[in-house]
Design a protein around this ligand. Structure first.
Ligand SMILES: Cc1cc2nc3c(=O)[nH]c(=O)nc-3n(C[C@H](O)[C@H](O)[C@H](O)COP(=O)(O)OP(=O)(O)OC[C@H]3O[C@@H](n4cnc5c(N)ncnc54)[C@H](O)[C@@H]3O)c2cc1C
Length: 405
C-alpha cells in the first residue's frame, strides 16, 4: 500500500466500517485502521447489544450490500411500538400498518451486524485494511495529515488528505485535534441481555419508564426478546450478582406482565451510560463521525443510526468531490459536511437527552403533562406519523442511500 492515501479512517467499529464500505468503488484510495484484530469477538462494539435499526439505516445497509438474504441472522422487523411510564396514565401505541408502513425498523444483535460488516469489508476492492493498528500520533499539515500507527511491534506513518475520526466515545483523534467535548455522566448502567417471553411479542418493541430507570424490550423472535434495563450505577454491582430468578423478578417489578412471565435470561452485561458532544466535528483536513462526534444514551436507540447518517453524508460528499477531481480534505467539503449534519445532530442528541430527563422525572405536575402528552400522541394521527417518521431515521438532510424505500 502507498504510504499516502486520500482518506484514512481511524476506527473500524460500526460507523467506521460502514463508511469504508460506502466509499468502496468511489475511486479514492482509502485506508481503515482498527485497534482490535478483525474478529467479531475481539472488536469492542461488535457485541451482544441489540441494535434497533431505523428504516433509513436498513435501507442504506441493504443498498451497500451489508445486509442481504444470505446473512445467517435476519433483522427482526419492529411492527409496533409501545411506550409507557409506571405511575402515569396512558401509553403511546404506534402500529406501522395503521400508518401504512411495513415496519418502523428492525432489531439485529450488534455481533451479527459486525459479522456482516466484516464480510462486506472483505469484498472492498481498493481498501487498505490495517488491523490491529492503533493510532498513536497525529501531525497536522497544509496538504496532508500524518498519522502514526502502532502495528504490532512496529510503527508506521501514513499521510492522508482527509483524516476521519471514527474511534468511538474516548476518541484519540478528537483529543489530538484539540476538539473539546462536553460530557455528562448519567450515573446509570444499562444491563443488556435476552429473555424468553410467555406471550408472543408480535413484532412489538416496548419502552417502559420508571423512577429508577427505563427498561426496553426488543423483538428478536416470536418469544425471544432483547432486554435493556437501566439501573442507578450504585446498584449495578448488586444487579450483576443477582441469580437468574431474582433478576427476572426485578425485571417484572420494572416492566410488569404485558408479555407474561419472563424466563431463560441470557448473560448480563452492564454498560455505564454517558452523553458526549464534541464542540465541533471538523478541524483542518479532519472530521469526526459516530460516537467520536457524539455519544447518546441508548434509550432512544439513536447512536448508530445517527453515526451512520454522519458516515453516509460524508461518503456522498467525498464521491461528489472525487467526480469533480476536488480535494477530499478541502475546507469547503468539511464545512458542507458540518452544515448538512448540524440539524440532525442537534435534534437527535437533544431528543435522546430530553427523553431521559423528561421520563426520569417524578415531579407531579410533569407526570400530569406527560400523561396528557401520551394521550395526545396516541390519538392524533398526523402527530403520530411525524413522530414515527423521525424514529425511522428520516431526519435533517437525509443521505440519499437511506431514502431508497
Ligand atoms: C447498550 C447499548 C445499546 C445500544 N442500542 C442502540 C440501538 O438500539 N440503536 C442504535 O442506533 N444505537 C445503539 N447503541 C449505540 C451504538 O452501539 C453506538 O452508537 C455505535 O456502536 C457507535 O459506533 P462507532 O463506530 O462510532 O464507535 P465504536 O463502536 O465505539 O467503535 C470505535 C472503534 O474504534 C476503535 N478505536 C478506538 N481507538 C482507536 C485508535 N486509537 N486507533 C484505531 N482504532 C481505534 C475501537 O477499537 C472500535 O472498534 C447502543 C449502545 C449501547 C451501549
Amino acid at each position: 500500500m502507498s504510504e499516502t492515501c486520500d482518506v484514512l479512517i481511524i476506527g473500524g467499529g460500526l460507523v467506521g466500517a460502514s463508511l469504508a464500505i460506502a466509499l468502496d468503488g468511489a475511486g479514492l484510495s482509502v485506508a481503515l485502521a482498527e485497534a482490535a484484530a478483525p474478529r467479531v469477538d475481539l472488536q469492542p462494539s461488535y457485541d451482544e447489544r441489540n441494535l434497533a435499526l431505523a428504516r433509513a439505516s436498513l435501507n442504506a445497509l441493504e443498498a451497500l450490500g451489508v445486509l442481504d438474504a444470505r446473512a445467517p441472522v435476519a433483522p427482526v422487523p419492529i411492527r409496533r411500538i409501545h411506550v409507557s411510564r409506571r405511575g402515569d396514565f396512558g401509553a403511546v401505541r404506534l402500529d406501522a400498518a395503521e400508518l401504512g408502513l411495513p415496519a418502523f425498523g428492525a432489531v439485529l444483535p450488534a455481533r451479527e451486524l459486525g459479522n456482516a460488516l466484516l464480510r462486506r469489508l472483505e469484498a472492498c476492492s481498493a481498501l487498505a485494511r490495517l488491523a490491529p493498528a492503533q493510532a498513536v500520533g497525529i501531525e497536522a499539515g497544509e496538504e496532508f495529515v500524518t498519522v502514526e500507527l502502532r502495528v504490532g511491534e512496529t510503527t508506521r506513518r501514513l499521510r492522508t488528505r482527509l483524516l476521519v475520526g471514527a474511534d468511538g466515545t474516548e476518541s484519540f483523534v478528537r483529543g489530538r485535534l484539540g476538539i473539546e467535548a462536553e460530557r455528562h455522566d448519567y450515573a446509570q448502567s444499562a444491563f443488556v441481555t435476552t429473555v424468553t417471553t410467555e406471550r408472543p411479542l408480535a413484532g412489538t418493541a416496548y419502552e417502559r419508564f420508571t423512577d429508577s430507570g427505563p427498561v426496553a424490550l426488543l423483538p428478536l423472535g416470536e418469544r425471544r426478546a432483547g432486554l435493556v434495563l437501566s439501573v442507578p450505577s450504585a446498584d449495578a454491582t448488586r444487579v450483576a450478582a443477582l441469580d437468574d430468578d431474582t433478576f427476572l423478578d426485578f425485571v417484572h417489578e420494572r416492566f410488569g406482565w404485558r408479555v407474561g412471565r419472563f424466563s431463560r435470561p441470557g448473560r448480563r452485561k452492564p454498560y455505564p451510560l454517558a452523553r458526549l458532544l464534541a464542540a465541533r466535528t471538523t478541524a483542518p483536513r479532519a472530521v469526526l463521525v459516530g460516537n467520536a462526534a457524539q455519544t447518546v444514551h441508548p434509550l432512544g436507540a439513536q447512536g448508530f443510526n445517527l453515526g451512520l447518517r454522519d458516515a453516509l453524508t460524508l461518503a456522498e460528499l467525498l464521491r461528489e468531490a472525487q467526480a469533480a477531481q476536488a480535494d477530499p480534505g478541502s475546507a469547503d467539503l468539511l464545512a458542507r459536511h458540518a452544515a448538512r449534519r448540524g440539524e440532525d445532530r442537534t435534534a437527535t442528541t437533544s431528543f435522546s437527552d430530553d427523553l431521559v430527563r423528561l421520563m426520569g422525572n417524578d415531579f407531579a405536575p410533569l407526570r400530569v403533562l406527560r400523561s396528557i402528552g401520551f394521550h395526545a400522541l396516541d390519538r392524533i394521527g398526523p402527530l403520530k406519523r411525524r413522530f414515527a417518521l423521525r424514529g425511522m431515521g428520516y431526519r435533517g438532510d437525509t443521505p440519499a442511500l437511506s431514502l431508497l424505500r
